[in-house]
Design a protein around this ligand. Sequence first.
Ligand SMILES: C[S@@+](CC[C@H](N)C(=O)[O-])C[C@H]1O[C@@H](n2cnc3c(N)ncnc32)[C@H](O)[C@@H]1O
Length: 379
Amino acid sequence: MPRSEKPTAATTDAHPAGRALRLGADLYAIQTQPGLEGIALEEAAARIPGARPLTDRVMPERSGLGIFTARCSPALLKLRCAEDLFAVMAYRRAIDGDLEAVRAAVRDTWHLEWALQARTRLMPGSRSGRRLRFRVVARMAGEHEFRRVDFKRAVDKGVIERADHAWHLDEERADLEIWATLIGDEFIAMLRLSDDRMRHREYKIADRPGSLRPAVAAALAWLSGPRDDDVVLDPACGIGTILIERAELGRYKLLLGGDHDSEALAAARLNVGPRYKPIELRVWDAVAMPLADRSVSAIVTNLPWGMKFGSHRDNRRLYPRLIEEFKRVLAPGGRMVMLTGERALMRELIADRAIAPERVLKVSILGAFAEIFVCRGQA
Ligand SMILES: C[S@@+](CC[C@H](N)C(=O)[O-])C[C@H]1O[C@@H](n2cnc3c(N)ncnc32)[C@H](O)[C@@H]1O
């Protein structure tokens, strides 16, 4: 039986590097790209009955974790801004460089049983019982005197030594995945409740280089503050990910997308299929779109970063023209959300008063630094 802890309600304490966790049943974590964990928590609070955001953590350039309490409900797996869902099962605020503390935290936690129950409820048909195969995904950020493989081994041993199950380490055919995260001196172990379907959405039949991760596309759409009567435009829609994710977030009046690359648009048509109506997809140059002045209520887009598409030099000419065109078609009070890696260029456009964002989020998308600019159309 676990030894040292007593079950408690999930609450938080003040902590200099983020709020410390107090383990309890119903403590979940959603994972996304770094910088988007706050948006993922906003979505959870709005869409999961009784969900209460607690805190977040960032593994620089790798992932962001939003931590919250909620009742166990299938809605958890329907969150669009998350790439993975976990049950938090073990925690140690300061391991003081001691892997023995990691091993003990996993061996002695009371919360694994709850995490297993959540997994069985959310993943019906998943293998359960006392004899399960597991694998550990170990991640470390910060300075440590031990190697990642030693950290992973400490977690492996902690699981194997538990008295309540007969666990078998099996990297290839695991029934359970335990994700062990060490950020500085803080250790969090989580049981994975999602599979790859949460990350790679089923609509994505056709893909192309540079297409956006669906959870990032959903976060952009979320930032536009979706409304039932929205006319939503993605002027450089590529394979259509942003428009599809916007449609999945809630009602709208019309989706509009275009791209100057007809192959990208053919891929978008495949991904959209017969769903997401009404939608209009057209080949166009986004600097001169066949749309009336003030005719869209939300523009949500991933601009060309000058890497896979165009060049930084081209973008210096392209961006001011794009922004002028976006402002022309955006209705008064409409929302404009733009993601780009062209941070210096965007700073210049802000200095020139071409845009006046009300919110700027620093993010890292698959390791590349970028920013999201949220603007409002002039009244
Ligand atoms: C960063 S990608 C966007 C990818 C998209 N969000 C997705 O998930 O597939 C930029 C897109 O802008 C398009 N593009 C670049 N310049 C354009 C222009 N002047 N007019 C229309 N589309 C343009 C590219 O063809 C590319 O599909």
